[in-house]
Design a protein around this ligand. Structure first.
Ligand code: NAD
Length: 485
């Protein structure tokens, strides 16, 4: 039998994070005959994946994990999974024992983190590939010949080629095939996106064995994804396409936010503008909501990666064009923080400001690149009495870790994370809604905000939040809570 053409029986996913965990769970759900091992070097994370309290919050995730991990007879809420057999033999495992799994796997998916690194005096940004390269090296050491290695992480263009060279050095003469299979899920809707992906992109070397490997991976997806949605392209296209998708989504957010600044200085209404522009099918209405901008671990990083690529290819104009998307995003957040200060009569001394929502967008517990951090950074310069943070989706240790770089001996005691939204808002001079996750909408804090605004303060209720929700970044962004008690 030709190499790379065997049906896949065993998949190892390296990295049990926001991408690795849900992706593995959905693959396992739809392929009961494939054993899926998810490997992570963080034993705490693995323990939580093996417990009822998963380390990440994603709507619907617990249900599918229970089916494949526990063989539970779960009734799945998503209509698309009606045909999924329940009551089954477990085929999803979370473990730290990577050597054993890597030695058995037909396919290894690398889903480790690829953060940004800064370099040079000008603070240039590029992808930090240290973690990815270390994981790839581990695979090179322990995987058996004929393993298909898949880049699931978002990586710079040319990584497949680079990994190929690395494998040749570590295991000379051993046949491996490297595929690019970037992930397009959004946090907060990961399960939905994985269950019904718009597309599955598989990039390979255009050689007979590359094509066979791509076909083997396509067959895994074909268990639930319609064939026309599985696109087979070359590895460079696949790697670049992922960066382009994120860059273009982020670009829309920065574009509409730039217009919101014009609206602020004129009588134009940004929601009316977005509606009017978005109704044109050539433009479309999604990602056209003005707000605090984009946060999270992906958009800024992927634009930096694109910019770096353009620079290194000798295309400074292209690099400058895309870097503006990030600059506009940062400016928007500062602009918002200064508006809060303005609304509080340019004086924050002794005042309490409650921030509701800390995750980088609604319906996730992910605090990485939280929009709130920049807002808090600017507010702290004005020496407020207290910044009170409440987000029922986030762990307080994650919130504090994210804030660590902006805290020092003088401002540390001003920042508090509350587990009770009501207490966070009590005696606040202003309540700022950073995002409005579903659990938060139903929480007493939201009720408190609404009832106080409507019945006590009689200040109109204005929301402002990340791009994914209703937003008004206009005059009245801050809920005046001075009469809260
Ligand atoms: P994450 O930080 O949540 O998860 C990465 C995990 O990999 C961590 O748990 C870490 O402990 C583990 N890890 C690192 N090195 C390891 C090794 N050698 N062996 C075993 N485990 C190891 O990251 P994430 O958000 O899941 O992102 C993963 C990749 O997917 C990134 O490249 C990211 O850009 C990309 N991506 C993320 C999203 C998203 O929404 N988060 C969407 C699409 C693509």
């Amino acid at each position: 039998e030709a190499l790379f053409s065997k049906p896949v029986r065993h998949i190892a996913v390296v990295g049990a994070g926001y991408v690795g965990g849900p992706t593995a769970a959905v693959i396992a759900l739809h392929n009961p005959h494939i054993q899926v091992d998810v490997l992570d070097k963080d034993p705490r994370r693995v323990r939580r994946w093996n417990s009822p309290h998963l380390p990440i919050y994603e709507p619907g995730l617990v249900d599918i994990v229970r089916v494949s991990r526990d063989g539970a007879s779960a009734r799945l809420r998503d209509a698309s999974t009606e045909d999924t057999p329940v009551d089954r033999i477990p085929n999803l495992f979370f473990t730290t024992d990577s050597q054993t799994s890597l030695a058995k796997a037909d396919v290894v998916m690398l889903a480790v983190n690829t953060p940004t690194k800064t370099f040079g005096v000008g603070g240039g940004r590029a992808t930090n590939m240290t973690t990815f390269d270390a994981a790839a090296k581990e695979v090179a050491l322990y995987a058996r010949p004929g393993t298909i290695i898949v880049e699931k992480s978002t990586v710079p263009c040319g990584t497949a080629q680079r990994v190929r060279k690395m494998l040749d050095e570590v295991r000379p003469g051993v046949a491996f095939e490297i595929l690019s299979n970037p992930e397009f899920l959004s946090e907060g809707t990961a399960v939905k996106n994985l269950m019904k992906p718009d597309r599955v992109l598989i990039g390979s070397a255009k050689t007979p064995s590359g094509r066979r490997a791509a076909e083997a991976l396509a067959n895994v997806y074909a268990a639930w994804v319609p064939r026309p949605r599985i696109l087979e392209v070359n590895a460079w296209s696949s790697e670049l396409a992922k960066l382009v998708s994120n860059a273009m989504l982020a670009q829309r957010i920065s574009s509409i936010n730039s217009i919101s600044a014009i609206c602020d200085k004129t009588g134009a209404d940004i929601d009316e503008i977005a509606k009017s522009a978005g109704i044109d099918p050539r433009i479309g209405s999604q990602f056209l909501k003005a707000g605090l901008g984009f946060g999270g671990s992906c958009f800024r990083k992927d634009i930096s990666s694109l910019t770096y690529l353009a620079e290194s290819l000798g295309l400074p104009e292209v690099a400058h064009y895309w870097s503006q998307v990030n600059s506009m995003n940062e400016w928007q957040r500062d602009r918002f923080a200064y508006k809060i200060i303005q609304r509080l009569e340019e004086n924050l001394v002794g005042k309490k400001i409650a921030l509701l929502g800390f995750a980088f967008k609604k319906n996730t517990g992910d605090t990485r690149e939280s929009l709130a951090v920049d807002v808090i950074r600017v507010l702290l310069q004005e020496r407020p009495g207290e910044i009170a943070i409440f987000d029922p989706c986030c762990l307080s240790e994650d919130i504090m870790r994210e804030l660590e770089p902006i805290l020092d001996a003088t401002n540390r005691e001003r920042v508090h994370v509350y587990s009770d939204g009501y207490q966070a808002c009590q005696q606040a001079h202003a309540v700022v809604v950073i995002n409005d996750s579903d659990p938060f909408r139903q929480s007493p804090a939201q009720q408190l905000v609404k009832s106080n605004i409507d019945t006590v303060a009689r200040t109109p209720y204005y929301e402002m939040s990340t791009h994914s929700t209703h937003v008004a970044l206009e005059e009245d962004m801050v809920i005046e809570g001075s009469r809260f008690s």
